[in-house]
Design a binder for this molecule. Structure first.
Ligand SMILES: [Zn+2]
Ligand SMILES: [Zn+2]
Length: 850
């Protein structure tokens, strides 16, 4: 049975038993920041057993896309590990229970899939006599085919410390003795490969409370999960899922491009398996909106992709190849997941661009490995960091390659380096400090500016070069550029002098004010530091607006629309986020409306510090891989937006004033960039537009003119005029051609030279065409002198075309006139040059025709 048919027959089977078919959720969990990807079919049904929400149905069935990366290293080597997989499930919420679940599972395996009954064995929870008796008495299974297993394997949940949980009953498939470990105790549940579990029937019947007590569950029921790939292998009688129709076409595509075969070399087989696995995961995850990046899910994807790219190289692919497998994956799954087909080009593009980016540096990185492994058997933290930073090797990849080569990696040293680099990148010295720092105190100074805009403090370090003075204050009210928000401006008043602070930025963990002296003579000591409030306020308007926009994007476009970067300046900002398509006018309007609604609601912007754990519980959006201290700053706008952010914010959303998107574009593959303006800046923009409209209205007849009508009428009139002009022009051209032809015949000549005034090149062509239609033996030049220049056209009748092609003549003539031109053998045009040379050019042509 083909996999597509098998999947559908499962859904159909349970639909016949009154189950609602529920479509797979996206791989990206909704509203669950603790979960990177969906890892089981039951995730979307969880609240239905506890009764947290009213039941939309009491029986459901689904095929859920899942992605698991916890066992990445085992993928391809074993019979059980995959990153992407599908989970078949049937579910009951306060409806049927153990008996139906067991009987139907058996019926599906035997009557629909025709699996050999003698190969099947089952397990129940150690003291679950109810399940045991159903298997033994109702199904008629021999006692020796029913194992009683313990808490670890046959009691499910709760996920976390509280929630639904209950016993399970599993169904195993016996692959045969040759797959076993040979030990006496070998049987269902054994760690070896002989008895893969194909179906797990879970019976959630308790609710575990905080104290650990198990109370009866409100809607006790059934939650089953059957690994689709494993089932397909059993039904298609394949040794592993890599040989089923879910994987093998991908493997065939790879080996078709290389001189290798499958099933001969174990190492190569594993590499092929891994690539086939990884490209499936990439295709599905990118299809659901994840983009390879250095953050959270994006980082998981980047790891998977780079791992696969390296394996492709091991197989001899030196050019980007992985992306070519995307259409194959889509082809395998398009019936069940038509959305993949819709996004095939985008997915391919994302894989390709990320692949090419890594290939660019990978060779050099691998060379580093070679060099190191020749002399030593360890990689230092610094070297691992260089591989990461310069050559794009995720630390996991470095670990994997090192393992292959039998060398160790100082991962702690790597982590330290990474943290240092993150701190330094905050400083990303826009102004590379020159000169010598004078250090008055070893401390780095502190930022005190969240709630103060003026501080009496002292200078602890300074650096003078050219006309610049750089200052580090003991307590700085100035915000240094970070998190996409530009640094504060302001002034520093010292004893008898004044400094203008033009920018503030991080440098080696210090807040540096970039100043010029505007008054007096500089000397270190006590100073008053004062932030330029309006500059800061305008930046804050834009920054708070980015948080509203981020939340609105996720509401309107979907959860995938995560921030990828931003840049905030007074009254204006740029915001990059993950999204595949250009935003429609409706989407933009929806986003603008939502943000403005939140502005007009004048919601207080709460700013507080919390532990990272607490912030995450609140649902705060955090940047993955970013090192947060135990204490983080949370910016909370109702429940609409909660983010970890160190930036300067308003006190109320109303202070933003108004918000408008002014442009959108693609920033990179899968990443869109929005530009928006707010507050007074937006007001100025509106006023400017209004002035423009007024000026246009004045031009066309006063302020009461309906501009849209005026433009549309004028366009219509213009078209009519254009048409009339064309008609007149061809009429004129015809009579001109007649006159010229008559002259030719009368003079028995075959050469024409004439200045055609106001015909333009279009008119000249018309006259030439008409003459060429009437006589095959003619050569001519038309020209027009205009503002000290000359424009000209040469045409050649059909009989002369071979001997005297116009495109050659035009070159010669252009040389004489000092202009330039080109065209085709029958007609060519030129321009520029000196009009006084025209008789010379005419003489030249005359000589040619003789
Ligand atoms: Zn065993
Ligand atoms: Zn922020």
């Amino acid at each position: 049975m083909k996999s597509n048919k098998l999947r559908q027959s499962f859904l159909d089977f349970f639909k016949e038993k009154d189950h609602t078919i529920v479509p797979s959720m996206s791989l990206i969990p909704k509203d669950d920041p603790s979960l990177l990807f969906i890892i089981a079919g039951m995730v979307q049904f969880k609240p239905l057993w506890t009764g947290a929400i009213p039941l939309p149905y009491s029986r459901a069935t689904s095929v859920q896309k899942c992605l698991r990366t916890s066992d990445l290293d085992n993928v391809g080597k074993t019979r059980r590990h995959l990153t992407f997989f599908e989970m078949l499930g049937n579910f009951s919420f306060g409806d049927y229970f153990k008996e139906e679940a067991i009987i139907w599972a058996w019926e599906f395996l035997l009557d629909v899939l025709h699996i050999d009954e003698s190969r099947l064995a089952v397990s129940v929870y150690k003291n679950d006599d109810e399940a045991f008796n159903i298997w033994h008495k109702k199904i008629g299974l021999q006692k020796n085919k029913i194992s009683r297993l313990g808490e670890e394997s046959n009691f499910w949940g709760p996920a976390g410390n509280t929630g639904p949980c209950g016993p399970c009953s599993e169904i195993f498939y016996d692959l045969g003795e040759e797959y076993g470990c040979g030990q006496n105790a070998c049987g269902p549940g054994c760690d070896c490969d002989r008895y893969p579990e194909i179906w797990n029937l879970v019976f959630p019947q308790f609710n575990q409370t905080v104290s650990g007590k198990r109370e009866p569950l409100k809607n006790r029921g059934v939650d089953t999960g059957m690994g689709f790939e494993r089932l397909v292998a059993v039904v298609q009688k394949k040794d592993s899922f890599f040989q089923t129709d879910l994987f093998y076409p991908i493997i065939e595509d790879i080996i078709a491009n290389r001189d290798i075969s499958y099933g001969k070399d174990k190492v190569k087989d594993i590499e092929l398996n891994v690539i086939a696995d990884h490209i499936r995961a990439l295709t599905f995850a990118i299809g659901d909106g994840v983009i390879p990046s250095n953050e959270e899910r994006g980082y998981v994807l980047r790891r998977i992709l780079r791992r696969a790219v390296r394996l492709c190289r091991n197989l001899g692919f030196n050019q980007a190849f992985l992306y070519k497998l995307v259409p194959r994956v889509v082809d395998i799954y398009k019936t069940a997941y038509p959305e993949l087909l819709e996004r095939r080009e985008e997915i391919t593009l994302v894989v390709k661009s990320e692949e090419e980016r890594f290939l660019f540096t990978m060779e050099k990185g691998l060379q580093q490995f070679e060099d190191i492994s020749k002399t030593r058997n360890s990689i230092s933290g610094e070297e691992a960091f260089k591989l990461y930073d310069t050559y794009g090797f995720p630390i996991e990849l470095t670990r994997e390659i090192a393992l292959e080569k039998g060398i160790t990696v100082d991962e702690e040293g790597f982590t330290n380096k990474l943290e240092k680099a993150r701190e330094n990148s905050k400083a990303k010295a826009k102004f590379m400090p020159k000169g010598e720092w004078t250090i008055l105190s070893d401390e780095n100074g502190a930022f005190m500016g969240y709630d103060k805009v003026e501080i009496e403090t002292e200078i602890i370090k300074y650096n003078i070069y050219e006309k610049i003075i750089e200052i580090v204050l003991k307590e700085s009210p100035f915000y240094a550029e970070a998190g996409g928000q530009i640094g504060d401006k302001g002034e520093i008043l010292g004893h008898g002098y004044k400094l203008a602070v033009q920018d503030t930025y991080w440098y080696q963990s210090m807040i540096v004010c970039h100043c010029t002296l505007t008054q007096g003579t500089f000397s270190p000591g006590k100073v008053v530091a004062r932030v330029a409030v309006s500059h800061r306020k305008e930046s804050a308007r834009a920054h708070t607006a980015t948080h509203l926009l981020h939340a609105a994007l996720r509401k309107v476009l979907g959860e995938h629309a995560r921030q990828e970067g931003s840049f905030v300046e007074p009254g204006r900002f740029r915001f990059d986020f993950i999204h595949f398509n250009p935003l429609s006018d409706d989407e933009i309007k929806g986003i603008e409306d939502l943000v403005n609604k939140k502005i007009l609601a004048n919601i207080p912007v709460e700013k507080f510090n919390a532990t990272l754990e607490k912030a995450k519980k609140l649902g705060a959006m955090a940047i993955f891989g970013e090192k947060y201290g135990s204490d983080v700053r949370v910016i909370k706008i109702n429940d609409f937006s909660i983010e970890l952010c160190g930036g300067i914010h308003l006190d109320n959303t109303g202070e933003i004033g108004l918000f408008k998107i002014i442009s959108q574009e693609a920033a990179a593959a899968g990443i869109r960039r929005i530009e928006a303006i707010v507050g007074l800046r937006l007001f100025e923009e509106i006023r400017k537009n209004e002035t423009t409209i007024k000026e246009i209205a004045n031009l066309v007849g006063g302020k009461n003119v309906d501009l849209v009508n005026w433009v549309s009428d004028s366009l219509q009139k213009f078209k009519e005029t254009e048409k009339a002009y064309q008609e007149t022009l061809s009429e004129l051209a015809r009579s001109e051609a007649m006159v010229l032809l008559a002259k030719l015949w009368e003079e028995k000549s075959n050469f024409i030279a004439k200045e055609l005034k106001n015909y333009g090149s279009q008119g000249m062509r018309l006259v030439a065409d008409m003459i060429r239609a009437k006589t095959k033996k003619a050569l001519g030049i038309f020209y027009e002198k205009k503002k000290g220049k000359i424009y000209y056209l040469i045409f050649v009748g059909d009989e002369f075309v071979n001997k005297l092609p116009a495109n050659n003549l035009i070159r010669e003539v252009s040389k004489i006139l000092g202009g330039g031109g080109g065209g085709r053998p029958h007609m060519a045009e030129g321009g520029g040059g000196d009009p006084t040379k025209i008789s010379q050019a005419i003489d030249f042509l005359k000589s040619k025709i003789k």
